[in-house]
Structures are given as structure tokens and as C-alpha cells.
Design a protein around this ligand. Structure first.
Ligand SMILES: [Zn+2]
Length: 292
């Protein structure tokens, strides 16, 4: 019986990158340099392109003309690195955050300034921001670590409900004290803003045969009750991170909290005053800053 066996070697050995192939033509030019990753994948690139963005001749590897070189990064990391250099989006085939972080380190090693490639709408910006909905604190730490200000600000909007008391030492160190305290200040300032916005109860209406000033106190009491539910006093004053869910409260949740608290109020004028006040609160809350 005929037998067949697969070769006992790395199945990727001597593979060629799909994108960075010998036919990867940019501005009418074919590649003049072959870079081999640590796991033996070959990437065909343009040395001029690499030299144009690097301030150290691509880590010194291109100080003199060469046609082939090997780098210590695995193909997944080298692929991200080259995509960023060429200004091509990585999102169709998104790498892990770890691979992206390794690619950032590689870019720095090869003399490429991250801030110039991480401007809003650039592929590097979009790549790091794409992690924000899933790994907000990790993505924030990466942006902060590399001082990518616009990215860190954009990602911070995903951290309004993040409990900072849960953050690991490793992430705190990575983002540094400045970006950590800016995040804490964002939480604190939103908590203070919310407390101030909801402080004032609905206005009273002129006394009617149906409703005197005494009965109108029912609305104020309901308002105060909802207030205490939203922001427990001890959290508001001393431990802002314990009430972070309030810093991320939606206008819908605000509305239902105050509407439900006053559900028993029957007077149509009181209900109108309540409605107007809730609309004011919603408007003011949406105007509060959501980023560092
Ligand atoms: Zn009334």
C-alpha cells in the first residue's frame, strides 16, 4: 500500500507574505528588499519607503544598501509593523493587542516616530482604537505609554464606568502616573458635575385648587430620593471610583430614575415641572466632558 507523509518541518517555512509579495508594486516600483521574520516568512518591501520614515536607517539595518535581511519579530508582528509603515489598514485582518504592542516596540526600534503615524484616521490610530470597546483599559494604557494623546483621549470615553480600584499594578505602571490621574480626575469631575446637575429639584408651580405648596413637596422628596439612589453620599464625597456606574449613566437611565421616583405624583402641573426639570438635567449631562 502506498504511504504518504507530510514533511516534518515548519509548515510555514519559506512562505511568502500575501501582501508583501514580490509583486507588491507601490508607485510603479517593485520591491527591492526582502525581510525575513523570525518564523521564516518573507516580506518584500521597498527600502526607500522604510528609510523615508525611519530616523535611524531602520535600526541601522539599512545603513548600506542590502537586498535581504532578517529580523527577530515573528511574521504576525512584522506584518503589522509594515502595514503601519505603508499606511495600510490592519483592520480587515485584525491582530491581537499583544501583536500590536510588539509592533509598536518594533517601530520604535526601527526609528519610526509613533506620534506621526498615530494621528486621527491614520491606520495606527484606527487599529489601537479598535481595541477600545473590548479591552478599554489595556488599549488606554498602550496609548498612554506611548504618549499618543489623541488616542488616549478617544479611548478614555470607553472608561467612564471602569472601576479604577480594579486596575492592575502592571497597567498603572504602563500608563504612568499622569494618565492614571487624568482618568481618575475624569471620573471625579463627572461625578461632581452629575451631583451639581441633579441637585436642584423641579420648580414649584402656582397653587391650584388641586395642588397646594405642601402637596408639591412630594415631588421634591421623590427627587431627593432618586438623587440618593444615583449618587450614594459616601461615594460622591470620598470614593469616586466606587460610584463609577453613575459617571457613565445614560440620559435614558437618568430620565427613568427620576420619572419612576415620582410615579405616584398625580398633579398634571407637578408632572409638567418634573418633565421640564428632567429635560434640563438630560441636556446638561450630555454637555459634560466624556474624555480626559
Ligand atoms: Zn402640583
Amino acid at each position: 500500500m502506498a504511504t504518504f507523509s507530510y514533511p516534518q518541518q515548519n509548515p510555514h517555512a519559506d512562505s511568502i507574505s500575501t501582501t508583501f509579495s514580490p509583486g507588491f508594486v507601490i508607485d510603479g516600483l517593485i520591491p527591492d528588499l526582502e525581510i525575513t521574520s523570525a518564523d521564516a516568512i518573507h516580506f518584500h518591501v521597498h527600502s526607500e519607503r522604510l528609510l523615508a520614515v525611519s530616523n535611524n536607517a531602520f535600526g541601522g539595518l539599512l545603513h548600506r544598501p542590502v537586498y535581504a535581511l532578517a529580523v527577530p519579530q515573528p511574521a504576525t508582528v512584522l506584518n503589522v509593523t509594515l502595514n503601519i509603515i505603508y499606511g495600510m489598514s490592519c483592520l480587515p485582518n485584525p491582530p491581537s493587542l499583544e501583536s500590536t504592542e510588539a509592533a509598536l516596540d518594533a517601530l520604535i526600534k526601527y526609528g519610526i516616530t509613533l506620534t506621526q503615524l498615530a494621528k486621527p484616521s491614520y491606520p495606527l490610530y484606527e487599529l489601537i482604537r479598535s481595541y477600545a470597546p473590548y479591552y478599554p483599559i489595556e488599549a488606554y494604557a498602550v496609548a498612554a505609554h506611548h504618549k499618543l494623546e489623541e488616542l488616549a483621549a478617544a479611548i478614555s470615553a470607553h472608561l467612564l464606568a471602569y472601576d479604577l480600584s480594579r486596575i492592575s499594578d502592571e497597567l498603572t505602571i504602563k500608563m504612568g502616573p499622569l494618565y492614571f490621574s487624568r482618568l481618575a480626575n475624569l471620573h471625579r469631575s463627572r461625578m461632581t458635575a452629575l451631583r451639581n446637575i441633579v441637585l436642584q429639584p423641579p420648580a414649584t408651580h402656582p397653587v391650584t385648587p388641586l395642588c397646594n405648596l405642601d402637596s408639591q413637596r412630594e415631588v421634591s422628596r421623590a427627587w431627593a430620593f432618586a438623587n440618593a439612589e444615583l449618587i450614594p453620599p459616601r461615594c460622591a464625597e470620598s470614593m469616586p471610583t466606587m460610584a463609577t456606574s453613575a459617571t457613565d449613566i445614560s440620559t435614558y437611565a437618568l430620565e427613568s430614575t427620576f420619572t419612576n421616583a415620582a410615579a405616584s405624583v398625580q398633579c398634571p402641573d407637578c408632572r409638567m415641572m418634573l418633565h421640564n426639570r428632567i429635560e434640563e438635567v438630560k441636556y446638561q449631562w450630555t454637555a459634560v466632558k466624556t474624555t480626559i
